[in-house]
Design a protein around this ligand. Structure first.
Ligand code: F6P
Length: 566
């Protein structure tokens, strides 16, 4: 699959650097090749280069053979399970081998279209792709984001020692001051993509821990987004957080401009009512934000991986720095699990391999996330950016065209509501879509009376019932429209209760699933060049540059758009 990447990957590994130096050191080679002193060093060097090339080709062929062999085994495993029923696979002895536990988190993969040999071959693939090295490189700050020459630093801000850092101390002190300040009744986060989806999703998911001022999230340039929030806010008691890693995003800056005008119009103090969260402090200062009110984060933290950093300021204001720290602790626990656990017991690795298995070997182009928790309603949208902006690629990290599809289309909605919308498709469509069903075993904190416990029990029962129904089906050949073929894979993920710790652990798991499947597909999961063209063309239209390149249909649309309103 990723042989060229592998070869370059190996080259990057010191082993080969050493060997290469050993190989290419003219003097050394003369001795090694027992060549008389008279032979010019230049000649030795060229000879060695040739030998090196030969050695590398040999290694490449060796790796090719190994990976192709594994690839063949996986293709065989896929055709085998597609000819088997999931219900018979689920009855296999020691099927509970596919049920993994980490603390109170249970990841039940027993309803996957996968048999033992298939799983073994997946672990061999992980080895052949040097997955432990790749994971190690990420945690040790190697610049694995090679197109931007940056490390992936989202894991670094989850480490406990980060909370002693000046940046974190400044952030938590500010968040606590806002929470203590009765003059601030509302906080509006202005940000889009990773500067919106993560903090919005977590603030919503932990609504039960929310004891700070009201929090609003505005990301869209659609005027209704900011308008509908401003009408709920008092300009004299509202704090705006301009969250933008680049501090160049058009929507965010346009919304910030309108917010500033709104404050000025109402005679509010802009200096104290606007702060910025960014990796581009100088730009925020230029825009007019006081240095004390700029909360920085590292360039190596990708937007879609950034909710743990200063981008989490609205979360910290909503739930407090103690619960925020508990969320980081949950994520850090998952980081340690992924970093130090053997592949065969490593939940991040297994879920990452299952992503590749479903997409590449079972040819299932989409993957659904169904949280059975109304407060996790924004999780699928967060996971969409996380996974599709990371692995929605058609070249490997070195720019070579992929010979296989990479990341799936991610979609989802909450259970049980989704049972009454697209579950018809999930159960009876010709197409099959693997899904994750996510459910806590207990209702959220504070919902202690029996009524809520009964409601929650019914929620969890529906979650497992749907997983079983999709897998086992129900044959009814007399009434084909009532026939359920089954064989529809899912992973049932459950934990005790959705606390800040449990949520941090769960979200970190999904980040690792994305990164690890990206390592296997050998794409760069940390860049997003694909978002640039649309922005560039919008900018060209806005500045009326190069309009001739646009289609007649677009020209006609623009003519109608620019028609003076009577
Ligand atoms: O356009 C995509 C993107 O760059 C995302 O990767 C990012 O999360 C979002 O826009 C917002 O970017 P910024 O935080 O720089 O405003």
């Amino acid at each position: 699959m990723a042989v060229t990447g592998l070869y370059k990957h190996l080259v990057r590994h010191k082993i080969f650097i050493e060997w290469r130096r050993y190989f290419l050191d003219a003097e050394h080679s003369r001795k090694m090749l027992r060549l008389p002193r008279v032979v010019k060093p230049r000649a030795c060097f060229l000879l060695k280069k040739l030998a090196w090339r030969v050695a590398m080709d040999e290694i490449e062929q060796m790796q090719n053979k190994q990976v192709n062999h594994i690839d063949d085994a996986l293709k065989l495993a896929a055709s085998r399970v597609l000819a088997t029923s999931l219900s018979s696979l689920m009855q296999m002895p020691n099927r509970d081998r596919l049920i993994y536990h980490f603390e109170d988190l249970t990841v039940d993969c027993s309803r996957q279209l996968l048999d033992d040999d298939g799983l073994t071959a997946l672990f061999q693939l992980a080895d052949a792709c040097h997955l432990p090295d790749r994971i190690h490189d990420m945690f040790s700050g190697v610049p694995i984001n090679i197109t931007e020459d940056r490390p992936a630093q989202h894991v670094a801000v989850r480490r406990p020692d980060h909370q002693a850092s000046e940046a974190y101390q400044k952030l938590s002190a500010f968040a606590e001051s806002v929470r203590r300040n009765p003059a601030i009744t509302a906080v509006v986060n202005l940000g889009v993509g990773g500067s919106d989806l993560g903090p919005k999703m977590v603030t919503q998911a932990l609504a039960g821990y929310h004891d700070g001022p009201a929090c609003h999230f505005v990301g869209n340039i659609c005027p209704t987004d900011l308008h509908d929030v401003l009408v709920q806010c008092d300009p004299h008691t509202t704090l705006f957080i301009i969250t933008s890693k680049s501090f160049t995003t058009a929507e965010t800056l346009a919304n910030a401009m309108v917010a500033r005008q709104w404050l000025v119009q109402h005679g509010a103090d802009v200096g104290s009512a606007m702060v910025a969260v960014t990796a581009a402090g100088a730009r925020a200062q230029e825009w007019g934000i006081d240095l004390d009110h700029i909360f920085a984060f590292a360039d190596g933290i990708g937007g879609r991986y950034s909710l743990w950093s200063s981008v989490g300021l609205p979360i910290m204001i909503a739930i407090g720095s103690d619960d925020f720290s508990r969320m980081l602790a949950g994520a850090y626990a998952m980081d340690c699990h992924v970093q130090h656990t053997a592949l065969q017991q490593n939940i991040g690795v297994i879920m990452g391999l299952l992503r590749v298995w479903c997409r590449h070997y079972l040819h299932l182009p989409t993957y659904g996330l169904i949280p059975y928790d109304q407060r996790l309603a924004s999780m699928p949208a967060w996971a969409q950016q996380l996974d599709m902006e990371s692995n929605g690629k058609s070249v490997d990290r070195y720019g070579n065209p992929l010979t296989h599809p990479a990341g799936p289309l991610i979609w989802g909605a909450t259970g049980t509501s989704a049972q009454h919308s697209f579950f018809q498709w999930l159960h009876q469509s010709v197409d099959i879509a693997p899904i994750d069903i996510l459910v806590a075993m207990q209702p959220a904190a504070g919902l202690d009376n029996q009524i809520w416990h009964d409601h929650h029990k019914s929620l969890a029962i529906n979650a497992v019932a749907q997983a079983e129904a999709l897998a086992l089906g129900a044959s009814n050949l007399d009434e084909p429209h009532r026939h359920f073929s089954g064989n529809r894979p899912s992973v049932l993920i459950s934990w005790d209760q959705t606390t800040p710790y449990a949520l941090g652990r769960l979200l970190a798991l999904y980040e690792h699933i994305t990164v690890i499947s990206g390592f296997i597909w050998d794409v760069n999961s940390f860049d997003q060049w694909g978002v640039e063209l649309g922005k560039r063309m919008a900018h060209q239209i806005q500045s009326a540059e190069g309009l001739e390149r646009f289609s007649p249909a677009a020209q006609a649309f623009l003519d109608r758009l620019n028609k003076p309103r009577t």
